[in-house]
Write a protein that binds this ligand. Sequence first.
Ligand code: ACM
Ligand code: ZN
Length: 542
Amino acid sequence: MNKEITSILFFLLIATIFTGCGTKEVVGIVPQPVNIEVKSGTFLINEKTKIVVNGDNEASQKTAEYFAEQFRKVSGLELDIVEGGSRIKNSIYLCNQTDEEHAAEGYEMLIDRQGVVITGDPAGIFYGIQTLFQLLPSEIYGSSPAGDMDWEVAQVHIIDAPRFPWRGMHLDVSRHFFPVEFIKKYIDLLAMHKLNVFHWHIVDDQGWRMEVEKYPLLTEKGAWRDGSMEGWDYFVGPPVEGGPVYGGYYTQVEIKEIVQYAADRFITVVPEIELPGHSRAVLDAYPELSCTGKPFDKEGAVHHYLPPYCAGKEETFRFLEDVLTETMELFPSEYIHIGGDEVPKERWEVCPDCQQRILEEGLENTQELQSYFITRIEKFVNARGRKIIGWDEILEGGLAPNAAVMSWRGIEGGVEAARAQHPVVMSPVTHCYFNYCQTEDPAASEVPCGEYTSLEKIYLYEPVPDTLNSEESGFIMGAQGNVWTEGIETPEQVEYMALPRMSALSEVVWSSRSQRDYADFSARMDAHYLRMDQMGVNYFKE
Ligand code: ACM
Ligand code: ZN
């Protein structure tokens, strides 16, 4: 080989290494797109770049404004948004096109010298914009002017669509309360990861946090507890006269604002109204709904599963129907989560009202009484055009006819439900409980936590059990990460536990199974951490 050719080859090799031409690591998109082709050139977004929206499309218009607003915040540049039927030079063209060629929530993105074209349905266009953010310098994720920057993106051709329709993250705001601003930040993190369900665990034993107009005591009393505890105590009760108070709740105005904020990001908020268990906060405020008619007394408690609503009294159902009516007015989601987990049955065994119900309904036992309870609630919800989803205990005593199951104690509940042709969301404690330790040694964690669940274990989680045949597998709607907050007290601690696990989960539910590659993910995360730095996220890093 002559010297000239050798030096050209050497130059090309170096150029390839430095531009990363053709490698995905340089771009570092999370979750990994289904197909990405990186070319050698770039496109620069400048003050003359226009965002073009095709047709009279409100959703894409909003997405255009969402991009322009974030871009303005960091660059100081105002991008014009115009309507138009085709791309123009130096533009970001959002081409809304819902047809069979493009998968639901999917998008195609072409970036060349002329600009960016994103084609897809409204959700797909939004996800294309998320990818565009990730192609830009990480400063795009900031909240103030980034200074003199080249807002340059690689020329790429991407074809992308999610693997599952339910890509969820849960947050428990009962055990500890988190302000509206943080809920929005959490939603922003979901959006960044192309997740589309925010499962809002808004009520539980230790605090009712949703304003209900018909039952003001739910928040006047049920949202507050004795704040003197050190560490976590499942039994912690109402505030003591003159003592410290802990709590908070979301007004209906705030809830509507959050639901809209999420909807603008193609995220459905699924509220969870726990029943028949995990309802101590209600039963302290309205003790007449319990079997004894009296507020809960810690003395005599046998375990931290606190007594449920009385399943015999009609008042219980009137109350829950009223609460669910307001819930459905606030939350337009297809699914309403009704909890159903960890229901202690001791009181039902001895309560005359519950026993009377068992007799009248011809039920065998309190398991079937639980099934009666859930099925009755399901009928009410279905009659209003919605569906219920519950934790896998709702299988006990017979699954309500149209219910979806969230499998948490393992995957068995999900397998059983899928075999019975019920929709399933996988969220097993073994992989999807993000309140579990990120560190092998719990003492090394910033936040109190229990068992160890590594990032790699979450990343390699496969939501479709291999024991299901292909028809049964079709009932697996997706997976979800859960963040229970008994030991998590602050927004920073939520971030520490939830991230980068949310990033790993996003590939589980978005990217294709054959693409799962932990080393590749880890390499792409280097770029992703910089984005989260810009957002001020207190993520865990080994
Ligand atoms: C649960 O973790 N009790 C659903
Ligand atoms: Zn009872």
